[in-house]
Write a protein that binds this ligand. Structure first.
Ligand SMILES: [Ca+2]
Ligand SMILES: [Ca+2]
Length: 422
């Protein structure tokens, strides 16, 4: 029998949620997720993750589930009074700026120089698998979203009454997590809601997180292999194999002392197939090297920065981190949308998909790049941290710098014109 190796303080959620500054909630001003060494959780002062408070009633598939935001905090999708089409056609840079109403609040897109990136390419039809809480039908992804497969094998944790099956629908209180991640990668530029980084990406939503938000290593391994188009016993072949896989999560039920051997084998197999794996570093303010997949060889591991471009207080760090992207903090969360309405959240969960989105544009511009070459390109073009590092403590490193979509996509475009073998 496998026992989960996690203290009470760590009994958060393997989904990489950060601080959740909901205005009006009792735990709105609590600090980021406490490190594992801290004392047990004693809400509300330590309740970093309001979603992890006990549900008022036993959750069921059909019951109303705890949403990202309470109804009064949701903001309906709105149309812009002046859509982007009214911009002068003679200003190509302005034309690259989406007219979605939330765009002006998506400060992270300016921080990663996304408009300069869109000036290189407005989008690329690349398939990205989001291994997460599963499928939620979001109009931001209309026509580009596929329900993949439910890999949650334990009926006691699945919330849908059975083990693995072909219905990847999200279940339970975390079910919108994967939707938010997918939207950050690929939300349409449609003058509604938010703007995604690659509005032409195709998303395959694969469910690996139980309704408890925890991830079993074998479910993650099989989900990874399936998403890449490899054969997994008991599941039909994935007809939409992904070139990139986003993992805003880590495997539970294993010691956090290094990459799990089984996860590493799957990563190696996917890399050999040319599939890039992007992972959040996790939110324990600890060395990411202990986590799977964040600590695995070949994975593009992403730390989170705050609005000032410094390491977000919750973000993991260390030598296994490739680079950083904005993850937000209480004082300046990321803003994005879901079918539940406007979201204000932070975490490495939402930093990683920014890198995934840019990587999908890179692979669209130059499909011949290997995962290792994409990682090198992203690191080489990253913006240096102010003062040369993301944290005053040199040990708390965040990789090569902050994601720079403009520089990365210019480099990718240039690389696509270099003859093979050069
Ligand atoms: Ca199931
Ligand atoms: Ca939109």
């Amino acid at each position: 029998m496998i026992r989960p190796i996690r203290s009470l303080a760590r009994l958060s959620c393997a989904l990489l949620l950060g601080t959740l500054p909901w205005p009006g909630l009792a735990h709105a001003s609590v600090p980021a997720a406490p490190p594992a060494s801290m004392a047990p959780v004693s809400p509300p002062t330590r309740a970093a993750l309001p979603e992890l408070q006990p549900l008022p009633a036993a959750p069921s598939v059909s019951a109303p589930l705890v949403p990202f935001a309470t109804p009064k905090q949701t903001v309906p999708r709105q149309t812009l009074p002046k859509p982007a089409s009214t911009l002068p056609l003679s200003t190509p840079v302005s034309a690259a700026v989406p007219g979605d109403p939330l765009y002006s609040q998506q400060w992270n897109l300016a921080a990663i120089n996304m408009p300069a990136g869109w000036a290189v390419t407005p989008g690329e039809a690349v398939t990205v698998a989001v291994l997460d809480t599963g499928y939620v039908n979001d109009p931001e992804l209309a026509g580009r979203l596929t329900s993949g497969y439910d890999f949650v094998s334990d009926p006691a944790r699945s919330g849908d009454g059975d083990g693995r099956d072909a219905d990847a629908s999200g279940v339970g209180q975390f079910r919108y997590h994967g939707e938010g991640v997918a939207n950050i990668i690929a939300a349409a530029h449609d003058s509604l809601g938010m703007a995604g980084i690659n509005p032409r990406a195709r998303i395959v939503a694969v469910r690996v997180a139980g309704e408890d938000g925890l991830i079993a290593p074998q479910d993650l391994i099989d989900g990874l292999r399936w998403a890449a188009g490899l054969r997994v016993i008991g599941a039909p072949l994935n007809l939409r194999p992904a070139r990139i896989i986003n993992l805003s999560l880590y495997a539970d039920f294993v010691a956090l002392t290094g990459c799990d051997a089984g996860v590493q084998r799957a990563v190696d197999e996917l890399m050999a197939k040319g599939v890039l794996i992007v992972a959040g570093a996790a939110n324990d303010a600890a060395d990411a090297g202990g986590y799977s997949p964040a600590g695995c060889r070949g994975v593009l591991t992403v730390a989170a920065t705050n609005r000032a471009g410094r390491r977000a207080s919750y973000s993991n760090f260390g030598a296994s981190v490739a680079l950083a992207a904005p993850g937000g903090e209480q004082s300046g969360p990321l803003v994005f949308s879901s079918v539940e309405g406007e979201q204000r959240r932070s975490g490495t969960s939402f930093a990683a998909p920014q890198v995934t989105g840019v990587a999908s544009l890179i692979m669209g511009l130059n499909p011949k790049l290997t995962p290792a070459q994409v990682i090198t390109l992203l690191r080489r073009t990253a913006q240096p941290f102010v003062g040369g590092r993301c944290d005053a403590d040199p040990a708390k490193s965040c990789g090569a710098g902050l994601l720079d979509a403009g520089a990365a996509l210019r480099a990718a475009k240039a690389s696509s014109s270099v003859p093979a073998g050069r």
